[in-house]
Ligand binder design. Structure first.
Ligand SMILES: NC(=O)C1=CN([C@@H]2O[C@H](COP(=O)(O)OP(=O)(O)OC[C@H]3O[C@@H](n4cnc5c(N)ncnc54)[C@H](OP(=O)(O)O)[C@@H]3O)[C@@H](O)[C@H]2O)C=CC1
Ligand SMILES: O=C(CO)COP(=O)(O)O
Length: 349
């Protein structure tokens, strides 16, 4: 005899399976994170319409099953991939639209969309940066462009270096959305033996945490470049967690941050050799100019723009943000990193 609870569970599972069979993803962006996400979806036998702006790159993926320009050792199952160079077709063929471009390029991409291509879709942002002259979070920008509120949206976050995900190394992905149905559906789509998916409602808090952690990655890189040791970097990270907590509280997020969605992503960016933000910061710490450091990076370091965005955002807040302020002065006010770190030393606890 089935209890009401098991009947409900069976019902939910069957809704899941039905939606899984029908859902096609439209992925926008052909970089390292898009490639890793396409791998997850296609490992789960989900169809991906993949918009890649350079046709030669798209053709190479279709032909070889490898992205020649990003994560080029990761094998992709082309039976489930349709590469497209047309944004409209990609959007219209897909139920869920996933944005995986750098934050600076999001407006250019969105300019090519019509609102009615997006009204009945699930919109997912994987972008960990602020957008545009008002330093908005990506989901707010998408909401403004298309009059879709957060109920129709989700973000993907958590400690997820594409290089490791692409190799099938285990991690924990956070799906944040105020919409419980979207949470459940996306959890099923992204869950694999190497990807443990968890969900929460705090789309705004997780967004800000994911953006702020990139600034911390840069500052930890600077510390390394300046030859500070592991002890000092641990002090820096402990203070950064405090700063993150203050920032989230002031934007109304009251979730505990000591889990993978918030602190976990900060820690991996602070310590991982894969982190582009940390690499960028290390170059600055070693004496590179901002321009030279940017030129020497092949992939995006979102924390650079985010430093300016978050710096402006916290101006109105009562708390002090010494780590963010130090990053801002080095990256945007030409303060030598060594001088700024000497000042920062006085402020850390
Ligand atoms: N890499 C990672 O481990 C993770 C990254 N993220 C976030 O994902 C976002 C993307 O990062 P990532 O993939 O690493 O970046 P990459 O630098 O690896 O790649 C960026 C991609 O976006 C493409 N692109 C740029 N402009 C446009 C446009 N207007 N239309 C379509 N495509 C465009 C680029 O094309 P082209 O090559 O032609 O320039 C490139 O394929 C960032 O916000 C990042 O913080 C989140 C979690 C993990
Ligand atoms: O967001 C990321 C890991 O979760 C990627 O960080 P980087 O952009 O610094 O490589």
């Amino acid at each position: 005899m089935q209890t009401n609870q098991t009947k409900l569970l069976d019902g939910l599972i069957s809704i899941y399976l039905k939606s899984l069979i029908l859902i096609e993803f439209g992925v926008f962006g052909g970089g390292s994170w898009a490639t890793a996400l396409v791998k997850i979806l296609t490992d789960n036998k989900l169809l991906v319409n993949w918009y890649i702006k350079r046709s030669l790159q798209a053709q190479a993926i279709e032909k070889t099953g490898y992205n020649p320009d990003y994560l080029n050792l990761v094998s992709l199952d082309t039976r489930y991939i349709r590469t497209l160079s047309n944004i409209q077709q990609t959007a219209q063929r897909s139920k869920a639209l996933l944005f995986a471009v750098p934050s600076a390029q999001l407006p250019t991409l969105l300019d090519h969309f019509e609102s009615d291509w997006i009204t009945d879709k699930i919109v997912i942002s994987t972008i960990k940066g602020t957008v545009g002259p008002y330093y908005d979070i990506p989901t707010d920008v998408i909401a403004t462009y298309f009059s879709v509120d957060h109920q129709q949206q989700a973000i993907l976050a958590g400690p997820c270096h594409a290089e490791e995900v692409g190799l099938g190394k285990k991690t924990y992905l956070t799906i944040a959305s105020p919409n419980a149905e979207i949470q459940e559906l996306l959890s099923a789509c992204f869950n694999t033996n190497y990807m443990h998916v968890q969900s929460c409602h705090d789309i705004r808090g997780v967004s800000y945490a994911a953006i702020y952690k990139n600034v911390v990655g840069i500052v930890c890189g600077m510390a390394k470049g300046l030859r500070y040791g592991d002890n000092f970097i641990a002090v820096l990270v402990a203070n950064a967690l405090h700063e993150m907590s203050n920032m989230l509280q002031s934007i109304g997020s009251v979730q505990p941050i000591l889990n993978s969605s918030y602190a976990g992503d900060l820690l991996v960016t602070a310590y991982s050799e894969h982190s582009r933000n940390r690499t960028f910061g290390e170059l600055i710490g070693r004496g590179y100019s901002v321009e030279k450091a940017k030129r020497s990076m092949q992939m995006v370091a979102e924390g650079y723009g985010a430093t300016q965005g978050l710096y402006q955002t916290v101006q109105q807040l009562p708390a002090d943000f010494p780590i963010l302020q130090a990053a801002y002065r080095v990256l945007f006010k030409h303060m030598p990193a060594s001088t700024e770190f000497k000042l920062l030393e006085q402020k850390l606890k």
